[in-house]
Design a protein around this ligand. Structure first.
Ligand code: ASP
Length: 418
């Protein structure tokens, strides 16, 4: 892969503030502006958010080709089908294991908080039910039935499956496909360059996306839903501090502090954009700076941004318990186990875009017979849940990348980010 064409958007220390610092400043400014605009949230929504939407649209535009070509470039650069199999195997085991731990943790934290959950009147709820999705449907939906539709509908999981199939075919063709390998690498570099330009706008995007959220939700945060939000954030933080610290230090032999510090630009971006897929390029940059090899980050991260959602799993566990207790329902152990299974599947089927996890919550609630209307209880503050869960989602993807890179290649240490 053309190293000279690396997207080095967050390495511009020489020219004034780094992108990470700019994002941080705009995050702080957005909170201040949002609080000041609490009385006039419509203005923030109508005049500030559209600029954030433009930025997010550009990110969405570029993400499909980035995922497709980075996965293909990752596979073809490995040349060896066994190596791809090994990396894929470790990645999937890690992703499923950490997600199952996450949802269990989410349930435990929620049970601990249960006594303090507000008793809400559920009679006046109105919420348009999202269609519940059956677990087997999630499995079937992983596979594309058409060459174009996955791209046009931005069905990332199907795009990934297609990219893996094509990538494998190129590897199997060997020497005959050497021109295709060059082509894939070149196209990958072109899209990376394009992404680099778009990402330079991220401080503006972050400000314009976050200000309306704070303007609209600032009062609610301190209101009755604060406890369920707190429960979710405790779960997110415990998972990061306990699970990732252990896996990073034992499996990647890296200090967790160094890991979290190096991940700061990506976590701040994820927090404000609430999109794992949108955070992908910055995440690649951070993990590569932390020493992950490019071929591995190009394969493990896009896969993770699509199927690995530890934060979403915690959120679903916390919300299931919260909704059950608001309706006066007590969940038994077998129902909890069902939640662990369905939430793990649900997080695989959750797209890495804002709000996707809330839709998949419907599947989890249905699996244990909880009323789907309960989603209305948490829908109003979903964005606040989402910012935290996305941050955890991408941190999990990054931890896997560093670990796989260490297990397969041995890390090539580079200068840490920031
Ligand atoms: N927004 C989350 C993500 O991009 C998905 C979710 O809604 O849970 O990772």
């Amino acid at each position: 892969m053309g190293d000279n064409n690396q997207n080095d958007v967050i390495r511009e220390e020489k020219k004034g503030l780094s992108l990470a610092m700019q994002i941080f400043i705009s995050l702080a400014l957005a909170i201040i502006a949002g609080l000041l605009m609490q009385g006039i949230p419509d203005i923030a929504e109508n005049y500030i958010r559209p600029f954030g939407t433009i930025f997010l649209n550009l990110v969405k535009f570029i993400v499909c080709p980035i995922v497709t070509f980075s996965i293909m470039a990752g596979i073809v650069s490995m040349k060896d089908i066994k190596k791809v199999g090994k990396i894929g195997g470790i990645t999937l085991v890690y992703y499923f294991f950490t997600t199952a731990v996450a949802i269990t943790l989410g349930l435990l934290v929620a049970v601990a908080f249960k006594g303090g959950f507000p008793v809400l009147s559920t009679s006046s709820l109105s919420f348009e039910e999202p269609e519940a999705i059956a677990p087997m449907e999630v499995l079937v939906d992983l596979f594309p039935s058409n060459f174009i539709i996955p791209v046009s509908e931005e069905n990332m999981i199907q795009v990934i499956v297609a990219a893996i199939l094509i990538g494998f075919s190129v590897v199997l063709l060997g020497e005959r496909a050497s021109k295709a390998v060059e082509g894939i690498n070149l196209i990958n570099d072109i899209f990376m360059k394009c992404m680099e330009m778009i990402l330079k706008l991220s401080p503006i995007g972050v400000f314009c996306l976050l200000t309306p959220v704070v303007a609209a939700n600032g009062a609610i945060v301190v209101g009755s839903l604060a406890k369920v939000l707190l429960a979710a954030y405790v779960g997110y933080i415990l998972h990061a501090v306990i699970v990732y610290s252990i896996t990073i230090s034992t499996l990647a032999k890296m200090s967790p502090l160094k890991f979290f510090k190096g991940m700061l630009p990506a976590t701040m971006f994820a927090f404000s954009s609430a999109s794992s897929v949108g955070t992908l390029p910055i995440n690649m940059e951070c993990t590569e700076k932390l020493g992950a090899s490019k071929e591995i980050s190009g394969f493990v991260l896009p896969l993770g941004a699509t199927i690995n959602m530890d934060g979403t799993a915690i959120y679903q566990g916390v919300c299931a318990i919260f909704i059950a207790s608001c309706y006066g329902i007590n969940l038994d152990l077998s129902q909890m186990i069902t939640i662990v299974l369905t939430a793990t599947l649900a997080s695989v089927g959750t797209a890495g875009v804002p709000g996707a996890g809330m839709v998949m919550l419907a599947m989890v609630l249905t699996s244990v017979g909880l009323p789907i209307d309960g989603i209305a209880l948490v829908a109003g503050v979903d964005r606040i849940f989402d910012m935290g869960r996305t941050t955890l989602n991408i941190t999990g993807d990054a931890s896997c990348t560093i670990i796989v890179s260490n297990l397969v290649n041995g890390r090539k240490p580079k200068k840490a980010a920031g």
